[in-house]
Design a protein around this ligand. Structure first.
Ligand SMILES: Nc1ncnc2c1ncn2[C@@H]1O[C@H](COP(=O)(O)OP(=O)(O)O)[C@@H](O)[C@H]1O
Ligand SMILES: [Mg+2]
Length: 264
């Protein structure tokens, strides 16, 4: 469905942020892109979304294809109308508007009131708390509820692909778990493909089908989630398991150093 091939992008014509990134999102799948701060995750989805001018972000090489069409030159509104919706980092709700009004803003492309009402019913079915809070100001919601609201808003126009930028950031672990279970259900029931950018590898791999690991503007590893979850390098670097802690053996250290060189 989405194919990114050898993508190279620069900021301000000089800073090479993506150094040949390739990745794919098949229909109906959840694909995660994992990586530390500065790896190039946000740059990747902004480039796909066409948000380039305001960032002085330019494609130098490679291509982005969606359903067989090259979309390198598309403007953000054109990318949206092809069915690709981005949920940016930092749960940007319209704080001075009510929950309902935020949902309405996500629905302006829908042609009829009955269509709007139908989608609203279906989307809010996943987020009962938002239904209860319909007339409250979005700014007064908890962080987790605001994250739910931006996901709900993005679902209203029935996108084919949703790209989410670190939806777990700054949200309590239990609520993160709840939100990811809902994302998983939405994917299975609504057949929306998802590109899920995360630093929280544990939770992302728990629902993703496939994952990519990015470092320094490159994909350094990829595979099915089951494989990545068991990979010792991923455990060491991203899952935060303390396998390398107290019981560190010489062999493990050697292994660690070798991998560290390879990843840098
Ligand atoms: N607006 C910008 N102008 C210049 N450089 C940027 C800008 N945004 C990000 N970068 C650089 O691009 C690289 C990738 O950043 P980013 O895509 O935000 O990483 P991530 O989302 O994985 O944390 C970093 O080196 C970062 O400093
Ligand atoms: Mg980012």
């Amino acid at each position: 469905m989405l194919k990114v091939i050898n993508l190279e992008t620069t900021y301000n014509d000089i800073i090479l942020a993506l150094k040949g990134v390739s990745l794919e999102v098949p229909p109906n799948r959840i694909v995660t892109v994992l990586g530390a701060n500065g790896a190039g995750k946000t740059t990747t989805i902004n480039t796909i979304s066409g948000i380039r001018k305001t960032l002085d972000l330019a494609i130098e090489d490679g291509s982005i294809e969606f359903e067989g069409q090259v979309i390198n030159e598309r403007e953000p509104h054109q990318v949206v109308s092809m069915g690709i919706l981005q949920v940016p980092e930092g749960r940007r709700v319209f704080a001075e508007l009510t929950v309902d009004e935020n949902i309405i803003i996500g629905s302006y492309t829908l042609q009829s009131r009955s269509h709007y009402l139908r989608n609203r019913e279906s989307v809010l079915g996943y987020f009962p708390i938002l239904k209860e809070r319909g007339s409250q100001l979005a700014g007064y919601l908890s962080g987790g509820e605001q994250q739910m609201l931006v996901i709900a808003r993005a679902l209203m126009p029935e996108p084919k692909l949703i790209m989410m930028d670190e939806p777990s950031l700054g949200i309590a672990p239990l609520v993160v778990k709840e939100i990811f279970q809902i994302i998983d259900r939405i994917n299975r029931e609504k057949h929306v493909a998802m590109l899920l950018v995360e630093q929280n590898a544990n939770v992302a791999l728990s629902i993703a089908h496939h994952g990519y690991i990015m470092e320094n503007g490159r994909v350094v590893m990829e595979g099915p989630s089951e494989v990545l979850k068991e990979d010792r390098d991923i455990k060491e670097f991203y899952l935060g398991l303390s396998e390398m802690g107290a019981k560190k053996s010489f062999r493990d250290v050697k292994h660690y150093k070798r991998r560290k060189r390879w990843l840098s």
